[in-house]
Design a protein around this ligand. Sequence first.
Ligand code: SAM
Ligand code: SF4
Length: 464
Amino acid sequence: MEKILFVSFHTRGVVGIRSIAGILKEEYLADILFFMDFEVMEPTSKKIKINYSKINRIFNDYKYILINVVEYTKKRVLDISKNINQKNRDKIVLGGPAVITNPDDFSKFAKHLCFWEGENIDSYLKNINNKKNIPNFNKSKAYYQIDDLDNLPFQNTDFNHYYFYIKNKIISKKKFDYKGLYTMETIRGCPFNCTFCTNKVYNQIKKSNNLKLIRKKSINRTIEELVFFKDKGFNEIEIVDDNFFLRSLKEIKEFILRYNKEVNLPLYLNLDMRSKDFLKKFQEINKIKEELTISIGIQNGDENFRRNEYNRIISNKLIIAFDKEMYKIRNGRVNIIYEFIWGHPHETESNIIKTTNLIKKLNGRIVLCKYIEFGTENIYPFNDNKILNFGNKSFLYIQMLLVFYLKNKNMKVRINNPIKNKIICKFFSNYMLLKGISFFLSTRANFKKRRKLQNIYRYLNKIS
Ligand SMILES: C[S@@+](CC[C@H](N)C(=O)[O-])C[C@H]1O[C@@H](n2cnc3c(N)ncnc32)[C@H](O)[C@@H]1O
Ligand code: SF4
């Protein structure tokens, strides 16, 4: 069998890679290379230097090198493509959201691009020298996708060989038995078109190519897949569908019933409050027997900003009412997380204050994501170190960040913040002190990341 190599900048959430590996499983031996430094350090850090001759030596062994690119790994992927030798560069096949949304940014540096989800990657690799006839890999050819997701093979979670690139060293392992979280898609697609989200571009491509907007796995196939991976040793499940509530009430009832009987592992889901029968569906998933964490995007506390800038129509009144209801209904095993985006360039001081106020009112735990604009270079979504670059707005963002830290702290969840309440009260009235504390927070976060890197490094060495 010919050998192919997947490249990943994350050990978690490799659902895309594993799905592609599942399609290619029968015909290729698949290995994987993880660039660990990017997972645990500030990605723009000057300290991350790649030794390309080491990478070339690995790449030499493979027929193809497959890389999934998202907005914030784009710069690294382009750096790799530019810096390795020509022979290896010609083996690279790039795909994933960043390639789909901005293919022209990549065409100069990579010979082979996949313009859509690589559900026909097998036929593409077979015809790599004549891709004129292959949908998805030739821009002039119609796009292709499998309509019934039950026909998608199971993911391949067992690679033939593992490389971990960490602190300029390569740790090579025949087996890497870490199981833990099984990440799965049961639905592909989202009917909404939020301005900041890749689905907006995906939906345009789907419409102009007559592709189905939403594709689903049946509940039966979903449960079969989960049971299969549970038996393999995975012990937590994350369903990464953009909105699990795109399913009907009937499907959700059936899912929970069977999940409780046949899977019964801690579960993570994304839900959208704009879904039909939202509370009724919540009542159903609330019947779960294991721990359930649900994540709901709110994005901004100002309903006008949400509508005008993000194209999300829902009132604050409804959000607050749903939050209250869910907290009345919810059993003790259900955790609720709300996601907000901060740092949009059009956000005004009044928008930020409204977001902070909504954050204060909601009962759930909060996650803040730094705004990423399509096509911009390399900004990591969960990075709050940039908070000081917003001029007058920085003060309000820091205030928002502190409310967020405090709120999460009161909920007894583990957070990276040692600040005591009384200090916070003091520095609300002192801008300079705020700057100091923000600097302290960011250095502390970096220190934690470095320590995590060292721990992983030690761990990998121990088991290799
Ligand atoms: C995968 S998205 C799913 C969102 C979910 N369907 C919703 O509508 O809320 C998860 C989260 O990532 C964040 N996110 C997505 N795109 C972003 C962007 N361009 N910039 C910053 N954060 C983003 C948002 O907070 C979002 O809630
Ligand atoms: S609802 Fe969520 S997944 Fe759908 S377009 Fe909006 S942000 Fe993207």
